[in-house]
Design a protein around this ligand. Structure first.
Ligand SMILES: *Cc1c(COP(=O)(O)O)cnc(C)c1O
Length: 416
């Protein structure tokens, strides 16, 4: 990969002085998202998959500026809810000719209200595609008069992923059983839906080790496409392209994934589609958080910061590793301690790391948390009556407050 567009941006590559400056201006905790890096991640992916249709999985980061930037670059948007569909259409409006054509709604056990909203939006944007993962979703769409573009999500019977909670391919919740997929496609076509594709997503966090599982998933999708009862416009093999969360981890070899994908798909006469979420945004974002408390205990040095599991849930939810960096100018001259970095939430799982060697933190330091661009703000909550943090985007050297910090009034505003 070229030097100007490296396969990964490490936490150490961010300019500490610049981050300290953003923290000074916008407070803490603060999400910082570099839109130029998001675009660069897309360019790298598009180069590896030159003939694939790329659909960004919006749930990784639905900030309007991200959706618009990717829309401008030519990306479609994969949506997991009616809310995401509405936000995607909104972000693409005025950016692309036909926003509907770029939007795919993947209905996972869809609440009635989601189907109502999406069908209403479809009347306005008839180019949008709905993906169903259960035969009875067809009935529910038909009841609402939907006969538009339809894709069937298949449970491929192979899962990949960095944690059991994100491994969806082999889980019965997602997609119609592989052996039933052909019947569901035929049934959908008989009932007048415009059947355009098949879809599978094996889970998040494909790494080099999972390439065999990925290859198997794609091959199974290829078999299904060749035997499909109607000609298919596309075969969507999902997302899950991993990023290295640990400093010593190598970046994903995208070309190897792309080669394996093409080879496994074989001679299928349909457009290949992929749905990266994390890959496009993870290393474009950092979370900045101030140190409030340094407490030396017999077991460890507890470093209390002002971000917690309500700001970035992944460590508490998935035991996810996120790199931490002290932004203090003198960090390099300090000795290190084994630090247990915790948030302010009354939960024992509210911990970013345990006994990690860090330059001895001091109260008032700002820490940067790496790879916070994906599934960070999206999973933030008001638990413990914590207002959610602000988000700043950086683009061409300019910083913009993209989403303000919440106040306590935002937390309580829905109460009667
Ligand atoms: C979450 C999801 C993705 C993206 O997963 P990443 O690991 O972020 O790439 C793609 N497709 C579907 C259907 C998803 O649910």
């Amino acid at each position: 990969m070229s030097a100007s567009n490296p396969a990964v941006r490490r936490l150490a590559d961010w300019d500490a002085a610049r981050l300290r400056d953003l923290r000074e201006t916008h407070g803490s905790p603060l999400y910082v998202l570099d839109l130029d890096r998001v675009r660069a991640n897309y360019r790298r992916l598009a180069r590896a998959f030159p003939d694939a249709d790329v659909r960004y999985a919006a749930k990784a980061n639905t900030l309007g500026r991200v959706l618009t930037a990717l829309g401008e670059a030519g990306v479609g948007i994969e949506c997991a809810s009616a809310g995401e569909v509405a936000r995607a259409l909104d972000a693409l409006e005025g950016t692309v000719d036909d926003p509907g054509e770029r939007v795919q709604y993947t209905a996972v056990n869809p609440p009635a209200g989601d189907l109502d909203t999406v069908v209403e939006l479809w009347r306005e944007y008839p180019g949008l595609t709905t993906t169903v993962g259960a035969a009875d979703t067809l009935d529910r769409l038909a009841e609402r008069g939907y006969d538009g573009r339809l894709c069937v999500r298949v449970n491929p019977g192979v899962g990949a992923g960095h944690h059991e909670k994100v491994s969806t391919g082999a889980e019965p919740k997602f997609g119609v059983p592989y052996d039933r997929a052909t019947d569901v496609l035929a049934d959908a076509a008989d009932r007048g839906f415009d059947v355009v594709g098949i879809h599978a997503h094996a889970g998040s966090g494909i790494s080099g080790d999972d390439l065999a599982a990925h290859r198997e998933l794609v091959a199974r999708m290829g078999d299904l496409a060749r035997d499909a009862p109607v000609p298919l416009e596309f075969v969507d093999v999902g997302g899950g392209f991993g990023v290295p969360y640990r400093p010593e981890e190598a970046p994903l070899d995208l070309d190897a994934v792309a080669d394996a994908t093409r080879e496994a798909l074989g001679d299928v006469d349909a457009q290949l589609a992929v749905e990266p979420g994390r890959y496009l945004v993870a290393d474009a974002g950092v979370l900045l958080t101030d140190v409030n408390t340094v407490k030396v205990t017999p077991e460890t040095t507890v470093v209390g910061v002002d971000a917690g599991m309500t700001t970035l849930l992944r460590p508490a939810m998935y035991d996810a590793y996120h790199e931490l960096r002290t932004l203090a100018p003198d960090a390099g001259e300090r000795g290190t301690v084994a630090a247990t970095v915790t948030g302010p939430i009354c939960e024992s799982s509210d911990v970013f790391c345990t006994d990690r060697e860090l330059p001895a933190p001091e109260r008032g330091d700002t820490l940067a948390v790496g790879n916070a661009g994906a599934y960070g703000y999206e999973m933030a909550s008001h638990y413990n009556s914590r207002p959610r943090p602000a988000t700043v985007t950086v683009e061409g050297g300019e910083a913009t407050l993209a989403r303000r910090r919440e106040t306590l009034a935002d937390v309580t505003r829905l109460e009667a």
